[in-house]
Ligand binder design. Structure first.
Ligand SMILES: Nc1ncnc2c1ncn2[C@@H]1O[C@H](COP(=O)(O)OP(=O)(O)O)[C@@H](O)[C@H]1O
Ligand SMILES: [Mg+2]
Length: 266
């Protein structure tokens, strides 16, 4: 598939990416481009699907500035990724600092920006309320003081406060039980309608992908690049009834078929 450069601003731009770990003998990623248009005040929900090992986490690491590609360019908000242009990431494994309270974890990015303690506590509490953790703010951000779902809420709150425009999520709900996972899907939709960020979300769960996404992009490996795009034309306002719509089921089947044909491509 080709990404059409619409001439509008892109919030995320990856151009002609190549990734080799052995000095160019083998290329894990080759000729990969990926554009996400900036829609200020609206945001968008982009889901990446692909087989294990195809490079989904690598793509998110480029955008978070945790890794540079061997070839090609990565831009976020039209700028090179760097200290002034940081985007944080929510991982499957809990990534908060367990020796700090929930409140201090959520306020950490503001501390690095030099925001005063009282202001960062106010702003952190605001987000802690939005992710449903009020009453837990003094607890250490560790298991089992907090459950898996609560720890992921901390991670989401930390990311949102650090950069409310972009949220990178790498299989964030993979370790959660099914009921917590379904609740977290709705939480992330609430976060989306509150802050309208651009969310880049990696999952292996196709029904989850269709429920959350505006657009799904499928990667193929050897060497990796994006091969399929499915626009999810469900109503913007989603809730559990969306999953009862015949068109939802139809889209799940379409995405499943595309995934199967991509994996048959090798
Ligand atoms: N440091 C490394 N050295 C060699 N290969 C690596 C390294 N890091 C990642 N890879 C390879 O890059 C590919 C993509 O990895 P990853 O982005 O983690 O895939 P995904 O998240 O889609 O499962 C995998 O095949 C992995 O083995
Ligand atoms: Mg991964």
């Amino acid at each position: 598939m080709q990404f059409q450069d619409t001439g509008r601003n892109n919030i995320i731009e990856l151009h002609n990416i190549g990734q080799s770990y052995d000095g160019g003998q083998n290329w894990i990623i080759r000729n990969m481009s990926f554009l996400v248009e900036d829609k200020p005040g609206q945001g968008q929900f982009v889901v990446i699907l692909g087989m294990s090992g195809c490079g989904k986490s690598t793509v998110l690491r480029y955008i978070a500035g945790l890794q540079d590609p061997t070839e090609g360019t990565v831009k976020v908000n039209g700028q090179d990724v760097g200290p002034d242009n940081r985007v944080s990431m929510v991982f499957q494994q809990y990534s908060s600092l367990p020796w700090m309270s929930v409140l201090d974890n959520v306020g950490l990015a503001l501390k690095f920006k030099g925001v005063s303690k009282s202001e960062r506590d106010d702003r952190a509490m605001d987000i802690i309320r939005k992710v449903g953790l009020e009453g837990h703010e003094k607890k250490y951000a560790q298991y089992p003081s907090l459950s898996g779902g609560q720890l992921q809420r901390v991670a989401i709150a930390r990311s949102i406060i650090a950069n409310p425009k972009i949220l990178l999520m790498d299989e964030p709900f993979g370790a959660l039980d099914i009921k917590t996972r379904l609740n977290m899907q709705d939480l992330i939709l609430d976060i989306w309608s509150e802050f309208h960020p651009t969310i880049l979300f990696v999952t292996h769960d196709i029904p989850e992908a269709v429920y959350l996404a505006d657009d799904i992009y499928i990667m193929k490996s050897a060497p990796s690049h994006f091969v399929e795009h499915v626009h999810i034309d469900l109503p913007l306002e989603r809730n559990r009834m969306t999953k009862r719509m015949p068109h939802y089921t139809e889209l799940v089947h379409i995405v499943e078929d595309r995934m199967m044909s991509v994996s048959e491509m090798g």
